[in-house]
Write a protein that binds this ligand. Sequence first.
Ligand code: HEC
Length: 125
Amino acid sequence: MSERDVKKFARLSLASAMACCFVSTARAEEAIGDKAGAGHVLALEVCAACHVVAKDQGFTPILRPPAPSFSAIARRSALSEAFLRRFLSAPHGTMGQKAGMPNPRLAEYQIDEIVAYFLSLEGAR
Ligand code: HEC
């Protein structure tokens, strides 16, 4: 393959990978159609680069070492709705113990969705 072919191939594979991603998130939202379902879809889009957010996540987080998985977080005895709301709306740099996580700058309705998703996970109360 010439260098041009290689670039063309890379562009095409990227485009098809992205198209596949959009289709699958749209389907997940349609299938679930509730607040926790919307939070699931949003978390796959916004949080999955650093966390394993769901079993159907199609790739490994790129963050090394990865942030704790959402299922591990959900199983913590200290997890509460109030903690999640506070954590997800904290200003940049004040989040978490190691200041490891940037402020995701979620809108209020997105926080509602993510909190609903967390509370729907196995082990959460
Ligand atoms: C750029 C990487 C990154 C992204 C993106 C990210 N996180 Fe995190 N997150 C981290 C790291 C690192 C930690 C562990 C250190 C800490 O608590 O800050 C963490 C910890 C957490 C915790 C546990 C806090 C605790 O007390 O241990 C929650 C809850 C959380 N993230 C939720 C989310 C949600 C929801 C999203 C998407 C809206 C998200 N994260 C996106 C890196 C990220």
